[in-house]
Design a protein around this ligand. Sequence first.
Ligand SMILES: [Zn+2]
Length: 389
Amino acid sequence: MADLLLRNARPWGADTTTDLYIRDGVVAPPDEAPEGVATEDLGGKLLLPGFVDAHAHVDKTMWGGPWLPHTSGPGLMGKIMGGVERRAEAGIPSADYITALLTNMIVSGTTHVRSHVDIDPYQGLAAVAAVREAVERLDGRITMETVAFPQTGLLISPGTAELMDQGLAEGVDLVGGIDPAGLENDPVRHLDTVFGLAEKHGVGVDIHLHDRGDMGIWQYKLILERTRALGLGGKVTISHGYCLGEAAPAVQDQIIAQLAETGVGLATVAPSISLPLVKLREAGVPVGAGNDGVRDLWSPYGTGDMLERALFLAQRAGFVRDEEIEIALEAATYGGARLTGRSHGFAPGDTGDFVAVDTRNAAEAVCVRPVRSLVIKGGRIVAREGELV
Ligand SMILES: [Zn+2]
């Protein structure tokens, strides 16, 4: 937490430049900045809220390591087992690789990450420890919340629920789940276990839902039901949730209304089936964006850059107008902040996390993806011109 006065900043949405003062890590009125406080002149550069990566898997990354060709078999199970079997060969989980990826995220403007972390009987809590070590090495330049993620299933992979319970007791921040019907074949028991752990540890929930069609929509309803019953509104995220994007308009409207009313948000990684982003925004449902896995045994793609992810999101949604492209950037900033319980923005009390770029407006920032001129975490300059400070 630091104090910093930004002069001549052009906040996203404003036509003119202004000064912005960050005190004790949060935005404060600029006229309260004391004489001699650390000052940075942005010279009219565009200022965006710090990017939030709301769906990452940093524990799986091989960033900075040797290039390993992708060999996983087809389908979800092929990828799951491919990701487990080659861990030793890939040298993951690795605190070095995770540190390297997080560094790339920081210089790209990301200030907060929600990462799912694999917990399974094959590696126990090793990935949790590796992520924790990497975050410590970066010494406050980025904040992280972890999700206890049963990648190999928690019913079909016995012992996983107990390990997740232990991880949560040792400080993992949220409880995860995965395809309660499609992978686990028992959505009621899967969700009861996940929500039971959430209740026991007083934590939020973030569930991977790849299941498509009516089976996927049914699981939206089961998650909404449990969220309501436990009063967990504002603390539950459905990740991916593709089926909403391909549902009939009337079904979309019904589910979106319930998401808004219950306080369940969505995290998307810009898949080929777009979520109905405009409708979700109009209904006030928080939608965050994330990079998903970056250069891992699931996929060789990705860089960790949230402007790149916003670009993919906009392109796949068919967005071309500035105000549409800004919806994608909102997911990478305000949306992720809402999902993770943070207040990003330019008003007093908002988190002092910002990114300055040399573009004329937010849409141009997404399309051009310029070098990030300045990245600020809680009032501290953590990257300058693409280099870690
Ligand atoms: Zn994921």
